[in-house]
Design a protein. Structure first.
Length: 233
């Protein structure tokens, strides 16, 4: 009819499903090739730490005043130094999940800003066990803070002469809250002389000064841990 125009009908292009299927298959093959090169270890990112697994932990050990004593975190180390605290840097710690330690004193290597090399730092069985048991059920990247109840019991009262001997410092200048480096032997006992071989460093805190005596606490009540690696096989 006059006055009406017929609209042209546009043809829709057919979808080339074969092309999409081929591309998808190629992508999946590439993914599988990468995963096969990684082996089965990539599956561990979805796993929870189980008893007997081998784990690697980032950690920060803190004293009763929440000061970092030993850490694997560079930012924590730098901030503690800037605050004037006595802090040590460590590498990551390998542990067996939920497995009790058989040694009384476990050395780990640390360094300070002023040290020329590595120093042996001593961890006690309850501290290593707390990390090992605390790792149970964790996933890679997960962080938690664990408590070490025995920390409050790790104290020693000594005479003025003993304190001066182990710190190379002046008793009269010491104050409650001061951090004091001390050495432990493998027994473990605080080494009160310089003749004891195979000693391990720990950082203590002065908790009381009375007359000619000083009391120190060398326990660490809190440890922050982050699971960074997990071997489930």
């Amino acid at each position: 009819m006059k006055g009406f125009r017929h609209k042209s009908v546009e043809k829709k292009e057919s979808v080339n499903w074969t092309k999409y299927i081929v591309v998808t298959v190629c992508v999946l093959m590439a993914v599988f090739m990468v995963l096969s090169m990684l082996g089965m270890s990539w599956l561990n990112i979805f796993s929870q730490a189980q008893p007997g697994n081998s784990a690697v932990m980032d950690f920060t050990i803190r004293d009763a005043q929440d000061r970092p004593v030993v850490t694997t975190q560079t930012t924590v180390f730098v901030r503690a130094q800037e605050a004037g605290n006595l802090v040590l840097m460590s590498d990551k710690l390998p542990v067996r999940v939920n497995i009790s330690e058989t040694r009384d004193l476990i050395p780990i290597q640390v360094m300070s800003a002023s040290s020329q090399g590595l120093i042996d730092f001593g961890l006690f069985t309850p501290e290593i066990d707390a990390i090992s048991y605390g790792a149970l059920g964790m996933k890679i990247g997960e962080t938690k803070t664990i408590q070490v109840p025995i920390a409050a019991q790790l104290t020693r009262t000594m005479s003025k002469e003993q304190f001066a001997n182990i710190t190379d410092g002046s008793f009269s200048q010491s104050q409650v809250g001061d951090q004091v480096p001390i050495a432990f032997s493998e027994t473990p006992q605080i080494a009160v002389d310089n003749a004891t071989p195979s000693t391990y460093l720990r950082t203590s805190m002065i908790t009381d000064i009375s007359g000619e005596n000083v009391t120190i606490n060398y326990g660490y009540p809190a440890i922050e841990i982050t699971l960074t690696e997990l071997t489930t096989a």
